[in-house]
Design a protein around this ligand. Structure first.
Ligand SMILES: [Zn+2]
Ligand SMILES: [Zn+2]
Ligand SMILES: [Zn+2]
Ligand SMILES: [Zn+2]
Ligand SMILES: [Zn+2]
Ligand SMILES: [Zn+2]
Ligand SMILES: [Zn+2]
Length: 295
């Protein structure tokens, strides 16, 4: 045997020895230990048996045991909706176990009133407030709180003329409340202005060149009581006219005849403008032949 082989052999022996020693110790420890359990526990309910599964972390021993049903361990309930809830009192309700149909009583709190029914205790009028109240939709109990209903205000009807306007007095339109039962005699009155006289003049007697005439002034608005006013109209001026044509040289005093009374009198006929032949500096009047140098 060479020295090299010897060493290899020795090392193998040593490893084997160690290994056997380790195996022996492990076995001994397993035999002598107190089990250290990992426990998986499923509790019993009212309808299913519970289980306990244990496994030892040292030796991996397993045990499984079942436990008796626990009649008091209900897991989930449903509400048995058969009772009438109320607005203001706690009532007893019932829940039922999903698994075993066991029942238990529960308190159902009051729902509270719902104030949905309104009524008038005292109706409002045009001018006076009213009172209203609410009752519960569910139990009809009355809410002690009172509500003030605002006054309605008058309901004005059509405008009616109650007084026609005259020349000297205003007219009136009136509206009354048409709400049934309104006893307040309020009225809406609208005044519209008086018309004022509408005067018209007529001639009773025409005046002449020698005598005065008469006239009359009256108001033509119907129903006006303004008395007619008579008055003198003055003597007329003669209206003298003449056939004499005006000259461009001088004013003329001539005798004219009155178109109204045919009497005669003197009138002045005013000079007319020259009728120039052109607008240059030297001009000749075509009517009187006067020649003028304007330069
Ligand atoms: Zn063990
Ligand atoms: Zn149950
Ligand atoms: Zn109620
Ligand atoms: Zn009214
Ligand atoms: Zn009048
Ligand atoms: Zn005359
Ligand atoms: Zn002339």
């Amino acid at each position: 045997m060479k020295m090299g082989n010897f060493w290899v052999f020795s090392i193998i022996i040593t490893i084997l020895a160690f290994t056997f020693t380790a195996c022996g110790e492990e076995e001994t420890r397993k035999r002598e230990h107190e089990h250290q359990w990992n426990i998986y526990y499923y509790p019993s309910t009212c309808s299913t048996a519970g289980t306990e599964y244990k496994t030892c972390v040292v030796c991996f021993k397993e045990t499984l045991s079942t436990m008796p049903i626990d009649p008091n361990n209900h897991i989930s309930w449903y509400f048995n909706d058969t009772v009438e809830r109320t607005c203001d009192t706690v009532v007893k309700g019932e829940e039922v176990c999903f698994e075993c149909n066991a029942k238990r009583e529960i308190d159902l709190p009051p729902l509270g009133h719902s104030w949905g029914i309104f009524s008038e205790t005292v109706g409002a009028t045009c001018t006076i407030t009213g009172i209203g109240k609410y009752n519960c939709v569910e139990c009809n109990i009355e809410n002690p709180e009172e509500y003030i209903l605002s006054e309605l205000g008058h309901w004005w009807g059509e405008m009616v003329i109650t007084k026609d306007p005259t020349c000297t007095t205003d007219g009136e339109l009136e509206q009354s409340c048409i709400r049934e039962g309104c006893t307040v005699p309020d009225k809406n009155v609208i005044v519209f202005q008086k018309l004022g006289h509408k005067l018209s003049v007529r001639t009773i007697l025409s005046s002449t060149c020698f005598t005065s005439g008469r006239g009359e002034e009256t108001c033509i608005n119907s129903g006006c009581t303004l008395p007619a006013r008579e008055f003198d109209t003055p003597i007329r001026q003669h209206n003298y006219v003449s056939n004499v044509q005006p000259l461009c040289t001088d004013d003329q005093i001539v005798t004219g005849t009155c178109t109204e009374c045919s009497s005669t009198g003197t009138i002045k006929i005013e000079r007319k403008e020259h009728n120039w032949d052109n607008l240059s500096n030297v001009r000749t009047c075509l009517d009187c032949n006067i020649r003028v140098n304007f330069r």
